[in-house]
Design a protein around this ligand. Structure first.
Ligand SMILES: *[C@@H]1O[C@H](CO)[C@@H](O)[C@H](O)[C@H]1NC(C)=O
Ligand SMILES: *[C@@H]1O[C@H](CO)[C@@H](O)[C@H](O)[C@H]1NC(C)=O
Ligand SMILES: *[C@@H]1O[C@H](CO)[C@@H](O)[C@H](O)[C@H]1NC(C)=O
Ligand SMILES: *[C@@H]1O[C@H](CO)[C@@H](O)[C@H](O)[C@H]1NC(C)=O
Length: 307
């Protein structure tokens, strides 16, 4: 399945990046390392350092997919460290349903090895492609932009997973946007297909709200996000959790193959309305909603909130 999508991907991209050889075959299961230069906005790709072995996953390495997952032994240690990307997975909170472990992904920005810097974006890029089931999408630039301003990421990984980097069940990436220092902004939130309907997104949202409440002394008052106007499941989840639609933004999303429109709603949660984190998303009284926010949702977005 991935091979054929690669094929189409390469067909469409080569006309733009024809000067780049995007497909390379790494010998001995070595990993393709991707370099994205933020200043020149150019990609390059090379195989991992000899001796840095890993088992082959796809056989074919190209700029779009790792050829093998980077494995990490799960243990009771408080954190896991992935040498390939220089990402540190710090365990936080208790396991959810005695099965999912919650990690905060620490970016350890002071790496001396230049490829570390790029392979960490690869981790997020590939994980989002997997979770969103968008094998053709590229998340590099928005991810880098998201992390530039105090980016933060949380991920759920099954307890018995053999690898952290290829077994993320749900992930979110947050930022503090430059143009609105009063808000935490949710850049991405996604759950892998096989792990949906278990409350992972709800749990992540509870965590995000808790974390944002701790930022109130630094001026954070809201949590905002954009959602496709046709993504009813997500809209209803956010509304149940206390978000309200503030604005309709036609054409805001330039590429979203899951829905027939590229229109978005801007949703906002007022942190001063949050009464009870444990019952957030499960109990309508967990957040006090201002009546004017409900009215605004109807007026600006033509949406009667779920509750
Ligand atoms: C992990 O646990 C789940 C649920 O108990 C099980 O279905 C799955 O096969 C396990 N996976 C591995 C790799 O052991
Ligand atoms: C972890 O990911 C690998 C590679 O995608 C997969 O084969 C394996 O079943 C996953 N394990 C769990 C526990 O999800
Ligand atoms: C965002 O703010 C940071 C810190 O003040 C600044 O370095 C950066 O240039 C700003 N980015 C944009 C896009 O304005
Ligand atoms: C918050 O909600 C939980 C679960 O519904 C409940 O057990 C708890 O008493 C509530 N806490 C407060 C302070 O109301």
């Amino acid at each position: 399945m991935f091979r054929s999508t690669h094929f189409f991907f390469l067909l469409s991209i080569c006309s733009v990046f024809s000067f780049l050889d995007l497909t390379i075959r790494c010998p001995n299961g070595r990993q393709a390392l991707h370099t994205f230069d933020v200043t020149t906005l150019s990609f390059s790709v090379q195989c991992s350092t000899p001796g840095q072995s890993c088992r082959e996953r796809m056989g074919l390495c190209n700029e779009h997919h790792l050829c093998c997952p980077r494995t990490l032994k799960m243990s009771s240690k408080p954190y896991l460290y992935d040498r390939a990307s220089n990402l540190k997975f710090v365990r936080i909170g208790n396991d959810y349903k005695d099965f999912y472990r919650l990690f905060e992904i620490d970016l350890l920005m002071n790496s001396k090895r230049s490829y570390d810097y790029h392979s960490r974006w690869l981790f997020f890029d590939e994980t989002l492609r997997d979770l969103f089931e968008m094998p053709k999408a590229r998340f590099w630039l928005p991810i880098i932009q998201c992390f530039q301003n105090h980016g933060l990421s949380y991920a759920f990984v099954p307890k018995n997973a053999t690898s952290v980097t290829s077994n993320v069940s749900a992930m979110t990436i947050l930022t503090r946007k430059n143009d609105s220092f009063d808000s935490i902004y949710i850049c991405y939130m996604a759950t892998r297909k096989e792990h949906r309907r278990q409350g992972l997104a709800t749990r992540l949202l509870q965590h995000i709200v808790q974390r944002s409440l701790n930022e109130r002394e630094n001026g954070v008052q809201y949590i905002t996000l954009h959602v496709n106007t046709m993504n009813t499941a997500a809209l209803e989840l956010y509304e149940r959790c206390g978000w309200r639609c503030e604005m309709f933004l036609p054409g805001y999303l330039n590429y979203d193959p899951h829905h027939a429109t590229n229109h978005a709603y801007l949703l906002k949660l007022r942190l001063n309305g949050v009464k009870n984190i444990t019952s957030l998303c499960r109990d309508r009284y967990a957040v006090d909603i201002e009546p004017s926010d409900d009215e605004q949702s109807v007026r600006n977005c033509n949406r009667q909130p779920v509750y």
